[in-house]
Design a protein around this ligand. Structure first.
Ligand SMILES: [Zn+2]
Length: 308
């Protein structure tokens, strides 16, 4: 029994010592681990600080380059502003030029028809899709009547140029002129069912003859009260010269004559002898178009071109 007792005591003591040792060892281990962890943390922290510093440095660099870019951007914006203003200025300039271009008008006028050349000229104008003005004389044939009608139907202006165009007769007196003039008006009215509102004096509204000038002056008063407007011209194709001019001479006369004239009333003829006028017409049209002219038919409201 005693033995058992003594055996029991050391057993517990040993166990207790072992336990104590384990506790101490554990305590030491915990302490050591803690310290180790602190060391690891310290290392990590240092690493992190270094990384943060690098990051700050990087950010500073980015900031710096950002500043540079802001400066460049500002410069671009200023440049852009300047370009926008320049664009606006050029746009206005172009508009002014275009306005000036489109305000250049050519009135192609054909006197002394209808003749066989009238048909040719009407065909060319139709082909080119432009309008002209015909100051007509009397041609009371079915062909002549057909031409008056075509002129009106195809959108051209039809003006009275007296019936006979005979200076000796029409410029004898106001009465003689009006009789001849009314004859023409009557024929036009019969064919196209309307009276013209525009006219042109044979030879123009000014003459070298005083007597003729006096008659014209009286006629102008009469015509105004009848609601007519007369037109002379400011460009002469000189296609009524004798002998006839060549096609090229006529083209040159028109191009020379229109220089510096924005509102060109061009005198040409569609009488039977004027074949070269027909030949010159397509080139006159294309060259005037290139110079920026648009083509219109004369009307009462067109800008006046009068010698007096
Ligand atoms: Zn004439």
């Amino acid at each position: 029994m005693k033995k058992i007792k003594t055996k029991k005591k050391p057993y517990f003591r040993i166990k207790f010592r072992k336990l104590l040792l384990v506790i101490i060892a554990s305590f030491l281990l915990i302490m050591a681990t803690g310290h180790a962890k602190e060391l690891v943390f310290a290392n990590d922290a240092q690493q992190e600080i270094k990384e943060l510093k690098d990051l700050v440095k990087e950010l500073e660099e980015i900031n710096e380059s950002h500043k540079d870019k802001e400066e460049t951007l500002k410069q671009y914006e200023e440049k852009m502003d300047r370009l926008k203003k320049e664009k606006e200025r050029l746009k206005n300039e172009i508009e002014t030029l275009e306005e000036k271009e489109s305000s250049k008008v050519a009135y192609l006028t054909f006197d002394d028809g209808p003749s066989q050349n009238t048909k040719e000229i009407l065909d060319i104008l139709k082909e080119e899709d432009i309008e002209g003005t015909f100051f007509v004389n009397k041609n009371d044939t079915s062909y002549g009547r057909k031409m008056y009608k075509r002129i009106v139907d195809e959108g051209h202006a039809l003006g009275n140029h007296t019936s006979t165009h005979e200076y000796k007769n029409i410029y004898k007196s106001k009465e003689a002129f009006m009789k001849d003039f009314n004859n023409m008006e009557q024929l036009i009215y019969e064919v196209v069912d309307e009276k013209p509102q525009i006219m042109r004096f044979p030879g123009g509204s000014i003459s070298l003859s005083n007597q003729r000038n006096q008659v014209i002056g009286e006629v102008i008063e009469e015509l105004h009260s009848n609601g007519y407007t007369y037109f002379d011209w400011n460009v002469d194709a000189k296609d009524a010269s004798r002998p006839s001019l060549s096609k090229h001479e006529i083209v040159d006369n028109v191009l020379e004559g229109t220089k510096g004239i924005d509102n060109a009333v061009i005198l040409m003829h569609d009488s039977s002898a004027r074949d070269t006028t027909v030949e010159a017409l397509p080139e006159i049209i294309s060259k005037l178009e290139k110079k920026g002219y648009t083509f219109k038919a004369l009307s009462k409201d067109s800008p006046p071109v009068k010698f007096r």
